[in-house]
Design a protein around this ligand. Structure first.
Ligand code: AMP
Ligand code: MG
Length: 623
């Protein structure tokens, strides 16, 4: 699951790791958790038991975990199970221990008999499950010796031990959860209960229907982002072409910025030692002028100073600048300074105070904005390595849709979603590939999805994903890939399809957005935008929010997140305040054009009364 921490994924009302912990606890004396991140969350699961991080540098494989486990192990035997296999047998420890003792082995391992799915006629084969093992704590020196040879493979280490294999009947008991679909499938089948199992399962590319409780927004976001990774390809571009692209490699500063100590003001450069004592004043003699780009290279002697312009290199020996307007008197070359005018070191920009040579000026993953272009230029760098532009194909679905220029017959509407999507994708820096309007017809939809997968990294569709829609979008999407259809606990934008569309040669991520124009925008910003940014390689994908005072009461039902269109302004007391744009129907696009923000009313939140603070998502951040 990529960068997602599998053990902490929600599963049947808790996390996967909590389930594994609960199943393990009755079988052993102590449960220790091996984790290398999110340690506080794991500690909450471990209770009194320890949470142990690897100490084998740069290697997170199973042997690293085994090493810490054996080091810690307070008992004679150590049982290992992975955090993503919540179904292992309740008698695992007992049966492994019996075999270990009977065979005088160092290690007892679970095995099952399995069949080749591709060749059901073939004889079953023996499948070892080395991560489900009971091991003598006394083998630690052997493991240390093995690791010292730089070997890291579990199988290799096991070859150095006497191993007892224990055959378990139920192969599925050792299955782990590898993909988010699997996790969702298990999660949903449990939620739906035995009486109403999910209608189908995605393994063969069929539809996955989730009739159970609607999925909260943040969970859907997490599930999507966990599956998606950044595109690999990058290209080198001239700086002026790199605006809004994602930096592919760190920009290392080749120089100090500024490159030399220089004056921050127009005034007089002097030696701090010449500044007057408390209550006194001093008059210095000006011996020359330093301009930006034209240094004055002679060091002033005690009692002397140099006239300097902003940005001019500090003359040798000078460490302070008196701004000209702070001089007590100027008479020809004579400058008089009062005791409290400046402190030594004032108004000096030190070499390297902005950036140090050799340091990271901008880290990879930064979406390049105007300030970034300027910073790169200030380093004398004219080309940058950026991630390649993401290609996103989009089309609208619906028999009722007419394109611009066509006659609007009764019962038809102009297709507006393609225009909104074009705008949102373009502002995000994607190459937007417009595939037009596709009729609610299986052949047309199939052709459009295949064509889209053939030329794009991601596909965005609108319409046809709600339950009971009289069209074929869902069936075709499900047929062409592994697509999940979610009912989300949100408004607007309840239905959402997400998954991967595959053809023989290509694949692309699919975001099937709802049809209603406001729902399209809201679901694009919440689900497609962060995922696309991730694909673009951007390190930052969250939208900036601020708190504003509700200028009016807002109706809100707990149990779903509501996104209402608002206008934020500054109240008389200087505090941000927000009012709604009126009718909030998910088809009312004018509510979006009038709005300058979206009010986010959270899942658990109820009605909001006037004066209460609410979270607001500013449109200005939505590029
Ligand atoms: P659907 O999800 O396909 O049932 O569509 C829901 C609603 O959104 C219907 O009223 C559609 O007419 C409308 N709709 C769907 N796609 C578009 C579009 N591209 N432009 C404008 N309205 C649309
Ligand atoms: Mg439709």
């Amino acid at each position: 699951m990529g960068r997602v921490d599998k053990g902490l994924q929600p599963f049947r009302g808790a996390t996967l790791a909590a389930h594994v912990h609960a199943r393990l606890a009755p079988q052993v004396t102590t449960v220790a958790i091996n984790a290398n991140r999110n340690l506080p969350q794991y500690q909450a699961i471990a209770g009194d038991g320890p949470v142990l991080a690897d100490f084998l540098d740069g290697f997170a494989g199973p042997l690293a975990g085994l090493q810490v486990g054996l080091e810690y192990c307070p008992t004679e035997l150590l049982l290992t199970v992975p955090c993503d296999s919540p179904f292992f047998p309740a008698d695992l420890a007992e049966r492994l221990q019996a075999a270990l003792a009977a065979e005088g082995a160092d290690l007892a391992m679970a095995v099952t008999m399995e069949r080749d799915d591709a060749d059901p006629a073939a004889a079953p084969y023996r499948q070892p499950h080395p991560v489900f093992s009971l091991i003598k704590a006394s083998v630690l020196p052997q493991l240390q010796a093995y690791l010292a040879t730089d070997a890291r493979r579990m199988e290799g280490f096991f070859k150095t031990l006497r191993v007892a294999e224990v055959l378990f009947d139920d192969a599925t008991a050792f299955s782990n959860i590898n993909t988010l679909e699997e996790l969702q499938r298990h999660e949903r089948s449990a939620a739906a209960g035995p009486a109403s199992a999910p209608s189908a399962v995605g393994a063969g590319g069929q539809r996955v229907d989730h009739d159970a409780a609607a999925l909260p927004v943040d969970e859907a976001q997490r599930l999507i982002c966990a599956r998606i990774g950044a595109v690999d390809a990058s290209e080198t571009l001239p700086l002026l072409s790199a605006l809004d692209r994602v930096l592919a490699a760190d920009i290392i500063s080749p120089i100090n910025v500024p490159a030399y100590d220089n004056s921050a003001m127009d005034g007089y450069a002097l030696r701090g030692a010449d500044l007057p004592a408390e209550g006194a004043s001093v008059t210095l003699n000006t011996i020359g002028i330093a301009y930006a780009g034209r240094p004055f290279t002679q060091a002033p002697r005690p009692g002397e100073c140099v006239r300097v312009m902003t940005g001019a290199a500090m003359p040798p020996g000078c460490d302070s600048v008196l701004p000209q307007e702070l001089a007590a008197a100027i008479d020809g070359d004579q400058v008089t300074i009062a005791h409290d005018a400046i402190r030594a070191g004032a108004n000096l920009r030190r070499a390297g105070e902005d950036l140090k040579a050799g340091g990271v000026a901008i880290a990879a993953g930064k979406l390049l904005r105007p300030a970034d272009l300027g910073l790169v230029a200030s380093l004398g760098i004219g080309e940058v390595s950026v991630k390649r532009k993401l290609k996103v194909a989009f089309f609208s679905t619906g028999d009722e849709l007419r394109s611009l220029g066509e006659t609007l017959e009764p019962g038809c509407v102009y297709d507006s979603n393609r225009y909104t999507l074009f705008g949102m994708l373009t502002r995000l820096g994607c190459e937007a590939i417009d595939l037009g309007v596709v009729r609610d017809d299986p052949t047309a939809l199939k052709a459009a999805l295949s064509a889209a997968a053939g030329q794009a990294d991601a596909i965005i569709t609108s319409g046809g994903v709600s339950e009971g829609a009289a069209d074929y979008t869902r069936d075709i999407m499900a047929m062409l890939g592994d697509v999940a259809f979610w009912k989300l606990a949100m408004r607007p934008g309840r239905p959402l399809a997400f998954g991967q569309v595959r053809t023989e040669r290509d694949s692309a991520w699919l975001f099937g957005l709802p049809g209603n124009p406001v729902a399209v925008m809201v679901s694009f910003y919440l689900f497609a935008r962060p995922a696309l940014l991730r694909m673009m390689g951007a390190a930052q994908a969250t939208l900036p929010t601020v708190q504003a005072r509700a200028a009016e009461a807002m109706r809100k039902r707990p149990g779903r997140t509501e996104y209402q269109r608002g206008i934020v302004s500054t109240g008389a007391d200087g505090v941000a305040q927000v009012r709604l744009t009126g009718a909030q129907g998910s088809g009312i696009l004018s509510s979006m054009t009038e709005a300058n923000c979206i009010v986010v009313l959270h899942h658990a939140q109820g009605n909001v009364s006037a004066g209460q603070m609410v979270e607001v998502l500013l449109f200005d951040g939505l590029t």
